[in-house]
Ligand binder design. Structure first.
Ligand SMILES: [Fe+2]
Length: 311
């Protein structure tokens, strides 16, 4: 059985106009073929975000108040994967099967659906980085991005109350592998044995009920992380934290507060793991969450050198 990654995100939102503006500014492409009274946006690899009014009866129950994620859809490689999931999930709460999908609730109250992936490979020209002993860019400048343009949906992060139960569900029922863990605090999991550092991060914070922390989108390189974040700040979307770098996963990141719930993250350069990777067990410390990070973001003007300082 092979779960490829996140295929769709379905949100229930309080302010549809604001949510649509946010997704357009974030660099996602509107697709007018959506179902009635819903909005559809796509990443470059044709992963999809659906927006519904938060009271829409087609949505499953929310696991927290306000605008938030209501359904997380995982893509699988082939039809036989759905049969394998049927066997594994038949005794799970909320289990349902139809011709094209399998669905259930996870122990944290998030509604999951599994269906055949329709993501497409994305061919992009990504200028290299010149490092000592490894010159990848010759006679060519490094790019400056005016905005982000997400390639795919990389991972989702949830606040969970029963960390052990949720980890066990994803490992035992869905075959996710632990990539790293913070003792008693968080677990990074990837859907396959080989793949990017995490498709899912489960985070336990004292007295914090189940909810969405953030969803994250892959971009080309660090320059697009920064160009994308600055573009969002220029459009008056506030930064949660970024730019910065996570020592765990090695990713460069920028998180923007989202009117869809939680935050939306641009990221790049995360670790790629195989069966040879040994998961690390770590004490949680702020320095392990971020090696460095800017609170409040950068908008192209903030903290910028001005001409008078040169005189
Ligand atoms: Fe993230």
């Amino acid at each position: 059985m092979k779960i490829k990654g996140i295929e769709e995100l379905h949100f229930g939102v309080e302010d549809m106009e604001q949510a649509c503006r946010f997704l357009s500014d974030f660099g996602l492409k509107a697709d007018n073929s959506a179902v009635q009274d819903a909005k559809l946006y796509r990443t470059l690899n044709q992963s999809r975000l659906y927006l519904y009014d938060k009271g829409d009866r087609r949505l499953p129950n929310a696991f927290e108040a306000g605008s938030t994620l209501r359904t997380l859809v995982w893509g699988v490689e082939q039809a036989s994967d759905l049969d394998a999931l049927t066997e594994r999930l038949v005794d799970v709460q909320g289990y349902a099967r139809d011709a094209d999908s399998v669905s259930c609730l996870d122990p944290n109250g998030m509604y999951l659906r599994f269906q055949l992936s329709t993501q497409v490979p994305v061919e992009l020209t990504v200028p290299g980085i010149n490092q000592h002993g490894d010159i990848r860019r010759v006679d060519a400048p490094s790019p400056v991005y005016e905005r982000g343009e997400p390639i795919g949906i990389g991972h989702a992060v949830f606040f969970v109350e029963d960390l052990d139960a949720v980890e066990a569900f994803y490992h035992e029922k869905l075959g996710f592998q632990v990539s790293d863990r913070y003792i008693g605090k968080g677990v990074f999991m990837r859907a396959g044995t080989e793949g990017h550092h995490h498709d899912l991060f489960l985070l336990k914070v004292p007295n914090k009920p189940a909810g969405l922390n953030h969803v994250a989108f892959t971009v080309r390189d660090i320059h697009e992380v920064i160009g994308g974040g600055m573009a969002m700040n220029r459009k008056d979307w506030s930064t949660f934290i970024g730019p910065g770098r996570h020592p765990i996963s090695s990713a460069y990141f920028w998180y923007v507060n989202s009117p869809l719930g939680g935050a939306f993250e641009y990221y790049t350069n995360d670790d790629y793991l195989t069966a040879a990777w040994q998961p690390r067990t770590l004490e949680h410390r702020l320095e392990l969450f971020t090696e460095w990070a800017v609170e409040g973001g950068l908008d192209g003007n903030t903290r910028r050198q001005v001409v008078t300082q040169l005189a």
